[in-house]
Write a protein of this length. Structure first.
Length: 251
């Protein structure tokens, strides 16, 4: 299938590790020039070197996406450095927990980062003939298994925002979709920590995975790249669940 991404330009936030890094890698393999950001300078530089080795141009900045001014400035600089923008992928996650500071962290790093980055990217994307935004949410936004913590509710708000934005930007030629990963395992990630520190939780979750395994960042990245591409030209306002059949809902 021809994805039509070669020569395109994309912003990926939270791209130094895990799902975000895999998304950036998958886009780079399709010939997409990239602007990436993350908080950690070391991980970001490692990602940049890896991506440049794939033959694409890479602009990187170490920022905290909770800082609205810094995030908006990063998106603007991405447009300048890359010479335009075709794709925005909003990926990062804040602090997960039940304390008020966790709710505030998720609000700023997830929901408001999606709002601010999309607002900053929108005029740039309007200049593209194949513009798209993809927000990374979670299956915890559509099922009630994560508990009364900050993660699911604020990720659910991101889905609602994306749906409204999809309808609003359709006439501008901008598609907006969300990807909802299920349990995703990678070294240093949440499920790696649970395997080490809370093995009962890890094993119980693994037992509920119909395929007998958790997903990989690369599998989520493949879904993101598809939605970002011209192969998904009629898809907007959709929530694509990537969970190996983990969720039990019908709709």
């Amino acid at each position: 299938m021809e994805l039509g991404l070669a020569g395109r330009k994309a912003v990926v936030t939270g791209a130094s590790r895990g799902i975000g890094r895999a998304i950036a890698q998958a886009l780079a393999r399709e010939g997409v020039d990239l602007a990436i950001c993350a908080r950690g300078e070391e991980g970001l530089e490692s990602a940049r070197s890896e991506l440049e080795a794939l033959g694409v141009r890479v602009h990187s900045e170490a920022i905290d996406v909770s800082d609205g001014a810094a995030l908006r400035a990063f998106v603007a600089s991405a447009g300048r450095e890359l010479g335009g923008l075709d794709v925005l992928v909003s990926n990062p996650t804040g602090s997960i927990g039940a304390a008020e500071e966790d709710w505030r962290s998720m609000f700023e790093a997830d929901l408001m980062a999606a709002v601010r980055s999309s607002e900053a990217a929108r005029p740039l994307l309007a200049g593209s003939d194949a513009a798209s935004m993809v927000f990374i949410s979670t299956i915890a936004a559509i099922e009630t298994f994560a508990g009364t913590v900050s993660y699911g509710p604020l990720k659910a708000a991101t889905i609602q925002y994306a749906k409204e934005l999809a309808r609003e930007t359709a006439s501008e030629g901008i598609r907006v979709n969300t990807v909802l990963p299920g349990p995703i395992y990678f070294e240093g990630g949440a499920w790696d920590r649970y395997r080490r520190d809370a093995p009962e939780r890890y094993e119980a979750t693994l037992a509920q995975c119909p395929q007998g395994r958790m997903g990989t960042p690369e599998e989520v990245a493949n879904a993101v790249v598809f939605l970002a591409s011209s192969a998904a030209s009629l898809i907007t306002g959709a929530n694509l669940v990537v969970d190996g059949g983990y969720t039990k809902r019908v709709f």
